[in-house]
Design a protein around this ligand. Structure first.
Ligand SMILES: [Zn+2]
Length: 294
């Protein structure tokens, strides 16, 4: 991906952040810092903004914990994790490959939301048990809410969201065909994308008070990803069961091994119809020995 900076390793997994992440970090710091300084006017000097920065970093740690959930579930199945990247819309754990069975795919998909919901439960409990008030209490309850939102939003049952991968695994299990799972979960993802675009547009046009321009942007992001996975599922479905034989072109030009390059140029290259770039070279028995390119 473009614009990603490597910041280190986490449990042996290369960890990247997208440059857009710094913009979001600054925005959240500023936004939450001003909210804290408004709510707690006694906080001295730059302290509200330092707390805002801490809240922003903890927020991104929550996204990271979610991605580590997916990663550990994959590693448990012997699937390597190439990288974890934080970007504008959240995080992405890039797995070396997909699970080879629906049960495994289900576990990888559900692990992220499970981590988020467990963090929500933990943070809410901590806030309740210690009766946290003041700015620390505010940050803990913000983080609890963020983790709840991360868990619930990602469980929406359409690709590219985790819930879409859960749905895909279920359809895969029922039909025995992974591509049918992807195709179905992509369709639902497209519906969710269009719904979000509709809600965002209605909010921008002030037809409704629910949603914002962010809803529109997220809808567009979901829709374009769902379109892509729908497309790849239909291509893979069509390619499944086909062999190289099916893609073979019968009349490829053939060059005898002992032909001189002069003969090759005169007889084959100049006479060949149909824009060939590569010619098959055979020995006296007609066995393929290699190719020669223009
Ligand atoms: Zn996830």
């Amino acid at each position: 991906m473009n614009g990603n900076l490597r910041v280190g390793n986490l449990f042996g997994i290369p960890f990247y952040v997208n440059v857009s992440w710094f913009l979001v970090l600054a925005l959240i710091t500023w936004n939450y810092g001003s909210a804290l300084s408004g709510a707690f006017p006694t906080l001295p000097g730059t302290l509200p903004w330092l707390l805002g920065l801490a809240a922003a970093l903890l927020l991104f740690s929550s996204v990271l914990a979610h991605e580590l959930g997916h990663s550990f579930a994959a590693i448990q199945q012997g699937i390597g994790v190439n990288s974890i990247t934080l970007f504008l819309f959240g995080g992405l754990a890039a797995l070396e490959k997909e699970s080879d069975n629906p049960g495994g795919a289900f576990k990888v998909a559900i692990a992220g939301p499970v981590v988020s919901l467990v963090l929500f439960a933990l943070l809410s409990t901590v806030g309740q048990v210690f009766a946290l008030g003041g700015p620390v209490g505010a940050i803990v309850s913000l983080l609890a809410y963020i983790n709840l939102a991360l868990g619930v939003f990602n469980l929406l049952p359409g690709l590219p969201l985790d819930g879409g991968n859960v749905l895909k695994a279920i359809v895969w299990k029922v039909t025995g065909n992974p591509y049918k799972g992807t195709a179905f979960a992509s369709r639902v993802g497209q519906v969710i994308g269009w719904l979000a675009i509709g809600i965002g547009t209605a909010a921008i046009l002030r037809i409704s008070t629910f949603g914002s321009s962010w809803t529109l942007l997220i809808g567009w992001f979901l829709l374009s990803n769902a379109n892509r996975s729908a497309q790849s599922a239909s291509v893979q479905q069509r390619l499944d069961g086909l062999t190289a034989q099916d893609a073979l072109v019968d009349n490829s030009p053939i060059v005898a091994q002992q032909a001189s390059l002069r003969e090759f140029a005169d007889e084959v290259l100049l006479n060949s119809t149909g824009n060939w770039q590569r010619f098959l070279v055979v020995d006296t028995e007609g066995q393929l020995v290699g190719t020669i390119s223009e």
